[in-house]
Design a protein around this ligand. Sequence first.
Ligand SMILES: Cc1cc2nc3c(=O)[nH]c(=O)nc-3n(C[C@H](O)[C@H](O)[C@H](O)COP(=O)(O)OP(=O)(O)OC[C@H]3O[C@@H](n4cnc5c(N)ncnc54)[C@H](O)[C@@H]3O)c2cc1C
Ligand SMILES: *[C@@H]1O[C@H](CO)[C@@H](O)[C@H](O)[C@H]1NC(C)=O
Length: 251
Amino acid sequence: MVFSIKHIFSLVSVLFLSASLTTSVSVPENFAKCLSDNSKLSIPIFTIYTNKSSSFTSILQSSAKNLRYLLPSVPKPEIIFTPLTEFQVQATVICARKLGIHVRVRSGGHDYEGVSYVSEIESPFIILDLARLRSISVDIRSSSAWVQAGATIGEVYYRIAEKSKVHGFPAGLCTTLGIGGHITGGAYGSMMRKFGLGADNVIDARIVDANGRILDRKAMGEDLLVRIMCLVDVTNSGRLTYKDRDTQKNL
Ligand SMILES: Cc1cc2nc3c(=O)[nH]c(=O)nc-3n(C[C@H](O)[C@H](O)[C@H](O)COP(=O)(O)OP(=O)(O)OC[C@H]3O[C@@H](n4cnc5c(N)ncnc54)[C@H](O)[C@@H]3O)c2cc1C
Ligand SMILES: *[C@@H]1O[C@H](CO)[C@@H](O)[C@H](O)[C@H]1NC(C)=O
């Protein structure tokens, strides 16, 4: 039996407009103010790191997998923001557009080209690091789980295994891969022949679009979900669920 991941939330599939900044107030100040203006609850100070924060470097390095992109000569973000809620992700998109700040979105940091934590062309840029958005809620009865984008695939395997010895999710081998970048890139692994890619087993997602709207499968429409998840095997009826080849039960 295979699990379906319902939820890759805080997926920011957007192109940001790059306008140049004209104000004299610093990017971090502008951005922090805009975040609070666009959030119902105040933004905890510990979620925003600038190069004045003592933990800026350790947060930047925390999940970065290609050490070349951490060298001093490589451009650094003005801010690393680690949101605690999807509304803070929404506020990030709204503010980044408004202020003309480029955003790099990081889940597990396994991008070898460093694009989730470095921008060599767009400046200024910030990192939206989803490391604190990593809840996983497994529902064995429906063989599905809601997983936040900042969780790792290893955490997903673990939470499923805690509840069942006969369920699993077909995705990558390296346990520290982030759900946000891994599943949207396909996610192949040792169960691929029988159950397909991780992306093939996604049945719902919550995303923040370029206008800062939070959309689920119903709201975004099947077409967009298919494009985001690189789904390759959608039937003519547009169904996104999969049948188990042995039991012929819908997954
Ligand atoms: C050691 C190692 C082992 C690997 N093993 C496998 C494997 O077994 N199977 C396999 O299929 N692949 C494997 N990969 C490739 C891996 O799946 C991709 O690099 C994947 O993109 C990593 O996702 P991430 O979230 O960890 O990375 P990140 O660096 O955080 O993100 C990767 C890309 O996705 C974007 N992104 C991340 N999160 C979001 C989000 N929430 N919304 C929108 N965009 C987002 C980033 O901006 C970036 O462009 C491996 C990579 C490494 C380094
Ligand atoms: C910190 O960032 C600012 C830009 O916001 C930059 O001018 C300054 O040189 C940086 N300081 C260090 C120590 O990197």
